[in-house]
Write a protein that binds this ligand. Structure first.
Ligand code: SAH
Length: 240
């Protein structure tokens, strides 16, 4: 596992203090890739004060307008959420998450995604992710402060990598497909299913969401995404 391959992605954060405190939590645990998506505040004096010296993490941050762009090059994307969703998403406990990252052996980029202070992540954002992670907490009061959630997740990974040797690195074709590659497949799949009438674009229902969940859960490799896209292209050629 390589910590420099792991991004901490904060979506729509409204309080600069939380961004600074998250940077501090990251630096305490040796993480340095901070990514902001559509931040709702400036990263200025307040954020730097709360970072308490973890200035480099803030200085080196990347900023994107949407989550899809921010995670495009990631082979494994893990959303964090305090609440269950209507369409249940594959869940990882903190322990299972850190074990998974050890098993992946640092071979591809990983994103850990954190939501807005008031409303968390939208369902659309969650559906870009392979897994959802909830930190076990008081069922009556389960929503942690954003930076506290970042701290716990980073600590769990730090602790695990300190006690486990790294796994062997697999061949490039056997690496997980990136989010951008998987999204390219979903776009082509939707086109084919709409053009053959399986999905009605006026009333799509939950079919695409369920298919997304199925494919994301299986963490397809680049090779597998190429096969799936090749299959769809053959269908499209025959149709045309
Ligand atoms: N009211 C929001 C909670 C937002 S807390 C909601 O209903 O979703 C801000 C962010 O901190 C969350 O989006 C999530 O990324 C993280 N977080 C807070 N508590 C968490 C928990 N128990 N498990 C996992 N992530 C949590």
């Amino acid at each position: 596992m390589k910590l420099e391959n792991i991004s901490i992605v904060l979506v729509g954060t409204t309080h600069p203090g939380n961004i600074g405190a998250a940077a501090r939590a990251m630096h305490n645990m040796c993480f340095n890739r901070l990514v902001l998506v559509d931040p709702q505040c400036a990263v200025g004096e307040v954020a730097y004060a709360r970072a308490s010296g973890a200035n480099a993490v803030l200085d080196d941050r990347q900023t994107f307008t949407g989550l899809a762009q921010a995670i495009a090059d990631c082979g494994c994307v893990i959303a964090t959420s305090a609440r269950r969703r209507s369409l249940a998403w594959p869940e990882l406990s903190p322990e299972a998450m850190s074990q998974k990252l050890v098993d992946m052996g640092g071979s591809s980029r990983v994103a850990l995604v954190f939501g807005r202070e008031h409303s968390g992540l939208t369902n659309e954002e969650l559906q870009l992710c392979n897994y959802m992670l909830s930190i076990p907490a008081n069922p009556e009061f389960s929503s942690l402060n954003l930076a506290s959630a970042v701290q716990i997740v980073c600590y769990e990974i730090y602790r695990r990598q300190a006690i486990r040797p790294a796994a062997a690195v697999p061949d490039a074709q056997d690496l997980p497909a990136s989010s951008a590659e998987t999204e390219g497949y979903f776009a082509q799949l939707q086109q084919v299913l709409e053009s053959n009438g399986f999905v009605n674009p006026e009333q799509p229902g939950l079919v695409m969401q369920r298919l997304r969940r199925l494919y994301l859960r299986s963490e397809p490799t680049r090779n597998e995404i190429n096969i799936l896209r090749g299959m769809l292209s053959a269908i499209e050629r025959q149709r045309d």
